[in-house]
Design a protein around this ligand. Structure first.
Ligand code: AMP
Length: 364
C-alpha cells in the first residue's frame, strides 16, 4: 500500500511517501507563505500516480475526533468549525486537504488528528476547574496536542524495552519547538501538559507554557496591552526567547557554556518545568516504567535530559552520563544498567505514524 503524508504547518510543509510502511521519498519545504502552492509543488514533482491514500496531519479535532477519519464534506465542515481553537493550524491543514482532493480526485483522504490520542484522558484530567456551564458552552477543555508523536514514541519505547505497551506506563517528553509531556498508561494517554491550545504546560522555544492566568488580566488592565499583544507576547516572545533572547536550544546551550547568565537561567527554568511534570505524572500514574525523550531538544540535548531528571534517584530515575552524552543517534536507553525506571531517547516520526494510521484505517 502506497501512502502520501502531508503535514502542513504554519510556516512549513513536511511530506513523505510510504510503501508498506517504508519511507520511499519525502521532503520539507520551509518558510512557506502559501500552503496551497507548496502542496501543489509537492504533488506536481512527486510520483503520486499510484497512491492509495493521502494521510493529513490535522492539529485540532476537538472532542469529536478520536481516531483517524476518512475526509468528506461533513468532516471538513467539522474541522472548519474548530478553527477558532487552532487559528494558526487548522486553516493550513484544510488547505492541504483541499488541494490534495482537487489534484488526486477519487483517492481517499484521511485526517489524523494531533488531539485524538488524548481522548482517553479521564475527566479529572480533561476538565478545567471553572464553571462547567461556561466551559461546556465555549468548548473549554484540555484537548492536548502532539498526540501522534506521543503515540508513536510510547509504542516504540515498549518495542525498545521488549514489553507489551498494554502493560507499560511511560512518561513521554516531546521537547521540540513546541513541547509537551504525556503520561501514557497501558498505551493510552492519561494526562498531558498542553490544554485548550498548545500554549499550556512546558516552557517552549517562544511560548511561555504555564503562567498564572492573572498575568493576562494584569497586562491588559495595568499595562494597557491589547489581547492581541498579550497573545503575541505569550506565543512569540516568551519561553526561551523571552528569557534570554534565543529560542533555539543549541544557541542557549552554547551561551550557557560560555558563562552567559541569562542563558543559564533560561535553561534552568526550562528543565525545572520538565522535572515538575515528571514528578506530577509519576504521582498520577503511581508507577512509571519508562521516561522517553523525543523531538529536536529531547533527541539531541544531553544537558537538558540530564538536568531535567537530576536528583530523582529516590524515585528510581537516573541518567547514565556516558550513555546520555555518547552522541549516539537512534532509539536508545540512557539510564544505568538495572535502573528501576528506563530512561530512553526515541526519535519521533509523526509522518510514519500518520502513514501507518492511514493504512490501518483503509484495511480495517
Ligand atoms: P522540532 O520542533 O522537533 O523540530 O525541534 C526543533 C528544536 O530542536 C530547535 O528549535 C532547537 O531548539 C532544538 N534542537 C535541534 N537540534 C538540536 C541540538 N543538536 N541540540 C539542542 N537542541 C537542538
Amino acid at each position: 500500500m502506497k501512502i502520501l503524508v502531508l503535514n502542513c504547518g504554519s510556516a512549513s510543509v513536511k511530506w513523505g511517501l510510504y510503501a508498506d510502511g517504508k519511507p520511499i521519498d519525502g521532503g520539507l519545504i520551509e518558510r512557506v507563505t502559501d500552503c496551497a502552492q507548496a502542496v501543489r509543488e509537492v504533488l506536481f514533482t512527486t510520483d503520486v500516480s499510484d497512491v492509495d491514500a493521502v494521510g493529513h496531519r490535522v492539529v485540532h479535532g476537538g472532542l469529536r475526533f478520536t481516531t483517524p477519519t476518512l475526509v468528506d464534506d461533513e468532516v471538513l465542515d467539522a474541522v472548519t468549525r474548530l478553527v477558532p481553537l487552532a487559528p494558526l493550524h487548522n486553516p493550513v491543514n484544510l488547505e492541504g486537504i483541499a488541494i490534495a482532493r482537487e489534484m488526486l480526485p477519487g483517492v481517499p483522504q484521511v485526517a489524523v488528528f494531533d488531539t485524538a490520542f488524548h481522548r482517553t484522558i479521564p475527566p479529572a484530567q480533561a476538565m478545567y476547574a471553572i464553571d462547567v456551564e461556561v466551559a461546556q458552552e465555549n468548548g473549554i477543555a484540555r484537548y492536548g496536542f502532539h498526540g501522534t508523536s506521543h503515540a508513536y514514541v510510547s509504542h516504540r519505547t515498549a518495542e525498545l524495552l521488549g514489553r507489551d505497551p498494554a502493560g507499560l506506563n511511560v512518561i513521554s517528553l516531546h521537547l521540540g519547538n513546541g513541547a509537551s509531556a504525556c503520561a501514557v498508561r497501558g498505551g493510552l494517554s492519561f494526562a498531558t501538559s498542553m490544554g485548550l491550545s498548545p500554549l499550556e504546560g512546558l516552557v517552549m522555544g517562544t511560548r511561555s507554557g504555564n503562567i498564572d492566568p492573572a498575568v493576562v488580566f494584569h497586562l491588559h488592565r495595568v499595562a494597557g496591552m491589547s489581547f492581541e499583544a498579550i497573545d503575541d507576547l505569550l506565543n512569540q516572545r516568551s519561553g526561551l526567547k523571552g528569557l534570554c533572547g534565543d529560542n533555539d536550544m543549541r544557541e542557549v546551550l552554547r551561551r550557557r557554556d560560555a558563562g552567559d547568565e541569562a542563558a543559564a537561567l533560561a535553561f534552568d527554568v526550562y528543565c525545572d518545568r520538565v522535572k515538575a511534570y515528571v514528578g506530577a505524572y509519576y504521582a498520577l500514574l503511581g508507577r512509571v516504567d519508562a521516561i522517553t525523550f523525543t523531538a529536536g531538544v529531547g533527541e539531541n540535548a544531553a544537558p537538558v535530559r540530564a538536568a531535567s531528571l537530576s536528583g530523582l534517584e529516590a524515585m528510581g530515575i537516573a541518567v547514565d552520563p556516558a550513555r546520555n552524552g555518547s552522541g549516539e543517534r537512534g532509539e536508545r536507553l540512557i539510564s544505568p544498567e538495572g535502573a528501576a525506571v528506563a530512561v530512553c531517547v526515541v526519535p519521533t516520526d509523526e509522518e510514519l505514524e500518520i502513514a501507518n494510521q492511514t493504512a490501518e484505517l483503509l484495511t480495517r
